[in-house]
Design a protein around this ligand. Structure first.
Ligand code: HEM
Length: 449
């Protein structure tokens, strides 16, 4: 049994057909040979794109010379109405300062403090699913709800049912549906202003989301001044001064950051968890192993998490096969050479975790689901050099540690109580929206154990 993979297009198609395929989906628009290529070049009348799929090149761009490859302006454009100058979009000094303030909130010790809120969200998720036991459930919806709950509880100490939280969640869902073309601008020969074309609805949504977030942030600022703020991530970030300048975020800057925490923090985890549940239904023997391991959650604590080894291996394998962020785009700030080819200034550099994680020259049986691979020589080697679900280098995901607790925790809590079963005729097809999603949802039958 193979996990679902989009059918690649034939190697040779006309430019017109290529553009049409791209508009449909970024993943199936790529030819099969990219799974074996070290690099591919796309020429457009306006700029050039290079997709790099070789560990040495990826390392150079992300780790060794990150300042020469800032985030691509073409891609940021589409997200700016929502994310403003958030850490996800900034470059250079502004970005460095933001990371100095944000990073301490996600350090190991803080994760321990965050755990109780995560656990409450996981327990609430189990209760919600219990109400649906015996029925066929759309799992992306289930996991989006759960991951949004985790973010609200850890960041602002409020559950998803909170009036403002619920509204933000609803608006984000609409926003995600309107953003299917995010990374398109790196491939397709459209002028720079193109990503703004679909913006009217998206802009209105972005404005509404920011208004709601501003309310949460302003209320929190008052609580901090009054000395009554809960000790959560928002308080931590809003009260941490930049060690170099001594300045904290002002309210507008904090709104930008909160927007990215919601977006990056819940879309990604939800995508990963939904695919993991599907894989569990496809491989029920693994599901049973995780259920047995999850007995340890009888008395859950932060320390228990290190004992959920199989759960972590499974979640890690799901992140390999379905990396929630399928592609990342950078821009060459100066001329470069890749594999002897000239890369002009302004070229778009596409790094595709989707392709690197299935690079046929590196991984053994790249399209198979095999959580035991992490214990093999090949798996260990590839994990070091060809596995980047959270990116790598200085711009690595701030929430990586957070996500690697949240994912296995939610997964094991769910599998301890429920069995997830395939539904005939419902095989999900991966497509690249803001994150890797299934074209028509992920439908599974949930049975109480
Ligand atoms: C399974 C879950 C997650 C995955 C797979 C994931 C993946 C990623 C990736 C690939 C990037 C780099 C994007 C790029 O450079 O273009 C990123 C950046 C980021 N992520 Fe995550 N993420 C996850 C969860 C989270 C969570 C839970 C949070 C926060 C609560 C978070 C916050 C961020 C932020 C703030 C950035 C921007 C970092 C920067 O540019 O300096 N992520 N994430």
């Amino acid at each position: 049994m193979k996990p679902p993979k989009p059918t690649p297009r034939p190697d040779k198609v006309s430019l017109w057909r290529y553009l049409k395929l791209f508009r449909k989906d970024l993943l199936s628009a790529q030819p099969q040979r990219l799974y074996r290529a070290w690099m591919a070049e796309f020429r457009t009348p306006f700029f050039r794109s290079f997709m790099i799929n070789q560990p040495e090149l990826v390392e150079m761009v992300l780790k060794q010379r990150p300042d020469d490859f800032p985030k691509s302006g073409r891609i940021s454009e589409g997200l700016r109405p929502l994310l403003g100058d958030s850490v996800f979009l900034t470059n250079g000094e502004a970005w460095k300062r933001q990371r100095r303030i944000i990073d301490p909130a996600f350090e190991g010790g803080r994760l321990r403090d965050t755990f109780p809120a995560m656990l409450q969200a996981a327990e609430a998720c189990v209760e919600r699913v219990r109400g649906q036991a015996g029925t066929v459930v759309e799992c992306e919806e289930l996991t989006s709800h759960a991951a949004a709950d985790v973010i609200f509880r850890t960041l602002f100490s409020v559950p998803i049912e909170h009036e403002v939280a619920a509204q933000v969640f609803e608006k984000f869902r609409a926003y995600q549906r309107q953003q299917p073309l995010l990374n398109l601008a790196a491939f397709v020969p459209v002028p720079r202003w193109m990503p703004r074309m679909h913006a009217r609805n998206t802009r209105r949504n972005a404005r509404d989301i920011r208004r709601l977030i501003k309310r949460l942030t302003a209320e929190r600022a008052e609580l901090i001044t009054a000395g009554l703020a809960p000790d959560d991530l928002a308080t931590k970030i809003m009260t941490t001064p930049d060690p170099e300048t001594g300045r904290c975020f002002d309210t507008r800057e904090m709104v930008d950051q909160v927007a990215i925490f919601f977006l990056a923090g819940h879309e990604t985890s939800a995508s990963a968890l939904a695919w993991t549940l599907y894989l569990m239904a496809l491989f029920p023997d693994w599901q049973d192993k995780l259920c047995a391991e999850a007995e340890i959650l009888e008395n859950p604590s932060f320390t228990t998490m290190s004992k959920l080894k199989l759960s972590r291996d499974v979640f890690r394998e799901a992140l390999r096969l379905y990396p929630p962020v399928p592609m990342m785009v950078r821009e060459a700030a100066c001329p470069k050479q890749f594999r002897g080819r000239k890369v002009p200034k302004g070229a778009q550099i596409v790094i595709s975790p989707w392709h690197l994680h299935r690079q046929e020259r590196l991984w053994e049986r790249p399209d198979d689901f095999d959580p035991t691979r992490w214990g093999t020589e090949n798996g260990k080697n590839c994990q070091r050099h060809a596995y980047i679900p959270f990116s790598a280098g200085p711009r690595v995901c701030t929430g990586a540690g957070f996500a690697m607790i949240e994912g296995p925790l939610l997964l094991s809590m769910l599998l301890r109580h429920f069995r997830f079963e395939l539904v005939e005729g419902q095989t999900p097809v991966p497509v690249a929206h803001l994150t890797v999603r299934s074209k028509d949802g992920i439908w599974l039958r949930v049975v109480e154990r």
